[in-house]
Each structure stands twice: as C-alpha cells, then as structure tokens.
Design a protein around this ligand. Structure first.
Ligand code: HEM
Length: 403
C-alpha cells in the first residue's frame, strides 16, 4: 500500500475518485501515517482531514473551538448569502443558539412519536415491495430505496401527495452539487431556496391552526417554544435532504454489501431477529455522510497538529468508521459486530435527530424485503454519485424474484 501512496500527493478531496468507490486505502494510509492531514484544495487553501475515530469525537465534543456555524458544514467556502441561509439550519448552528433550537425541534422526534410511525412504515414498505414485485426489474435506488424515506418525511410533515415527487427531486439537486446528472451545472443553492420557500408556505398556512403533523406542532408550540415560519423553512431544507438521501444511501449500500456476502444475506433472511444488531453494521459500512466540516474559532491542537483559528477541519466519519484501532477487521462486513460504536450519525452536540427513525426504517425495509423476495440479482453496472460528501448511488439495476 505505502509503495504507491505518498502524503505529498495524496488527495481524498477530488469528488471524481468517489465514482469508483470510497478510497478506503487512502484513508487507512492517513490513519497510519498522518491522522490529521493537511489536504490542499483547488480553491488554493486547504483543510484538515481528521481521519481517526478518537479525534473526530474530540473535535465533535468541543463545539466552542470547532464551530459548525462560522464557516458552515461543507469543505467549500460559501458566498456570504448562502452561508447566512445555511446558518438557519440546525446542523450549522453553535450553542447556545443550537441548543435552544434543537430543544424546540425535539418535540417531533420523541421516542413515542417515532415509535408510532411503525405501522405506517410497515404498510408503506409493503407497498414498495409489492410495486417492485409487480415490475420484476427495477432501479433499486429510486424505485425501492428512495420511496420509503421520502414517504416518511412527507408523512411527518403532512406534505400533500401531489407535491411529494417534486420535493425529492429538489432534494437530490441540493446534494448532487458535484454530479453532472443531478444538476451540478445549476446552482444547488437555487434548489434549496425553492425547498425553503415551499416550507415557508406550508408553515405559514398552518400557523395558528390545529393539526398534528410536525409542521403544525413546531409552529404552534405553546409557551414561547414555537418556531417561526422562516426558522421552519431552513429546518425543512435540512430535513428533506438529511432525512431522504441518507436513509436511501443506507439501504442502497447495504444491498450491495449483501450481494457481495451471500452468507450474511442468507443469515438475515433466515433470522430477521438479527437485524437490530446488523443495522448498526449497515450504518458503519455505508456511512452515508462521509464528513461534516467545522471551522476553528481559535488556535488549538488536534491529534498532535497545530490548528490555526479560521482553519477548516473535516470530521471524517467514513474514515473513523473504518479505524482499525476501534473496529477489528474494518473491511469485513460483519452483521454480528457488537459493540459497534460507529459515527455514521455523528457525535455529541449535533448527533443525528433522525437516528431512531432511520434505524427503524432500515429494519422494517429489510424485514419486508426478505418476506417478499426469494432472490435478487444485479442486471447491470452500479453507478455511484460523484461526491466526496455523500456516499450515494444513482443506479443499481436489479431483477427480483418474488416468493
Ligand atoms: C441513515 C440515515 C441518516 C444518517 C446516516 C444521518 C447522519 C447524520 C449526521 C452525520 C449528522 C451530523 C451529526 C454531527 O454533526 O455530529 C446528522 C444530523 C442531523 N440529522 Fe441525520 N442522518 C440520517 C437520517 C436522518 C433522518 C431520517 C432525519 C430526520 C427525519 C435526520 C435529521 C437530522 C437532523 C435534524 C440533524 C441535525 C441535528 C443537530 O444539528 O442538532 N437525519 N445526521
């Protein structure tokens, strides 16, 4: 490995390389030789790639030093108006503003509310399986994996049926900013503005009215806890993107892992009781969001490196999730791995609000999948998204054999 890799030229930024797959070999090299690595960037600057599990946790635990708000959460610096818009999203807020807003949003994600989604999820998962069974040959990404997360988000928010397809398409454009098929030539900011405007409209319509969808709960919360239509619009952008695309990636990456590991496939098929533990390995293996960025608010030290105020610091969840000092044989997909302290949902202050929901979606999706199909096979090449941020797929053509 080290014969061909060289720290002076190593590049984990270029989105093009991710079309072929995650460059695990490069991250392993970084963890071994330079775990907090200065990555030079095409914009002439650079960023720190934080490659080890312990360092990602250390930085996540210190939001006062490693700010999500100061420079946003993606590597590329944004124009001021985009950054201002982004700072309306929970993910790009720092405490104390973040804690206040997160507390208000939590009302929609209590275990009770999430648990109540189960019958709805199961019914929708069955409908997805039935539709795929009727067709026999499908693009697993859009015809199966995308369908469930979208419906859950739309259900939570009470989005009218007629608007649902449009919403997911716009969400795709926001995340596909480096991918030519998904609107890299357009301003992905434009799509987020459209999603935000739509969210604003829904929130305004539901203010001061009854209703038990999440929008109504948030904008009409009593005791000074209500969020405004503008605040909701920002949150909405994030939830549409975060809730849809990540869960879809968890399902698509898992299908590929299972196709490569027939023993794991057969074991889960024979005993869905293994799923709760296996879902954690699916999350580790697919790590749908490769990284989120922080910006140093002061000079600091991380993993033995001197970080300067204003430096971009990249918390690399994918690299952390394959850190051999935490996970034995990290390149083995082990559905019985337990404990499994992966960082697919991040850590600490910003830990994913949708984690419980996403876990439940994955479990139910696979329970219904195995119940419906006796076999699945690839019928053509898999196409991955051109992105160093999202570990996503565009196309997984499969043939399904119903039971
Ligand atoms: C497999 C699916 C998912 C993955 C891998 C994922 C991943 C993440 C990650 C890495 C973070 C940032 C954590 C950090 O900075 O420490 C995050 C935050 C967040 N996620 Fe998820 N997510 C998923 C599903 C969802 C779903 C279904 C929803 C909502 C319905 C959701 C809503 C959020 C929100 C609101 C935040 C921001 C929390 C905050 O800043 O306080 N996510 N997610």
């Amino acid at each position: 490995m080290s014969a061909t890799l060289d720290l002076a030229t190593l590049d984990v930024y270029d989105p093009e390389q991710y079309v072929a797959g995650v460059p695990h070999e490069k991250f392993a090299f970084l963890r071994a030789h330079d775990p907090v690595f200065w990555q030079r960037l095409p914009d002439g600057g650079g960023c720190w790639i934080v490659a080890k599990h312990a360092d990602v946790i250390a930085a996540s635990a210190d939001p006062a030093t490693f700010s999500a708000e100061r420079g946003g959460i993606v590597i590329e610096d944004m124009p001021p108006e985009r950054l201002a818009q982004m700072r309306g999203q929970l993910l790009a807020m720092d405490p104390p503003r973040h804690r206040d807003m997160r507390r208000k949003v939590l009302v929609g994600f209590t275990p009770g509310l999430v648990g109540r989604m189960e019958p709805f999820l199961r019914e929708r998962a069955r409908a997805v399986m039935d539709a795929a069974a009727a067709r026999g040959r499908v693009n697993f990404v859009y015809d199966m994996a995308a369908a469930l997360p979208l419906q859950v988000i739309c259900e939570i928010f009470g989005i009218p049926e007629a608007d649902r397809a449009w919403v997911v398409e716009a969400g795709d454009r926001v995340i596909g900013r480096d991918d030519p098929d998904l609107g890299a030539n357009e301003d992905s900011g434009e799509s987020s503005v459209k999603i935000g405007a739509y969210g604003f409209q829904l929130a305004s319509e539901r203010t001061a009215k009854g209703g038990d969808d999440l929008i109504s709960l948030l904008v009409n919360a009593p005791g000074g806890n209500a969020i405004s239509a503008v605040e909701f619009a920002n949150l909405f952008i994030q939830l549409i993107v975060a809730g849809n695309e990540t869960t879809r990636t968890l399902l698509t990456g898992t299908l590929l892992a299972l196709l490569e590991d027939p023993d794991a496939y057969r074991a889960l098929e024979a005993d869905p009781g293994l799923l709760p533990v296996a879902v954690e390995e699916m999350l580790r293996w697919t790590t749908p969001v490769h990284y989120f960025r922080r910006t140093a608010t002061r000079d600091a030290e991380l993993g033995g490196k001197k970080i300067r105020e204003g430096d971009r610091v990249v918390l690399h969840y994918t690299s952390a999730d394959f850190d051999e000092s935490v996970f034995a044989e990290p390149l083995r997909f082990d559905i019985r791995r337990d404990p499994n302290p992966h960082l697919a949902f991040g850590w600490g202050e910003h830990f994913c609000l949708g984690a419980k929901l996403a876990r439940m979606e994955a479990r139910i999706f696979w329970e219904e999948f195995f119940r419906s199909f006796a076999a699945v096979e690839l019928t053509g090449p898999v196409r991955r998204m051109r992105s160093n941020l999202n570990n996503s797929h565009k196309e997984i053509p499969v043939r399904l054999r119903p039971r």
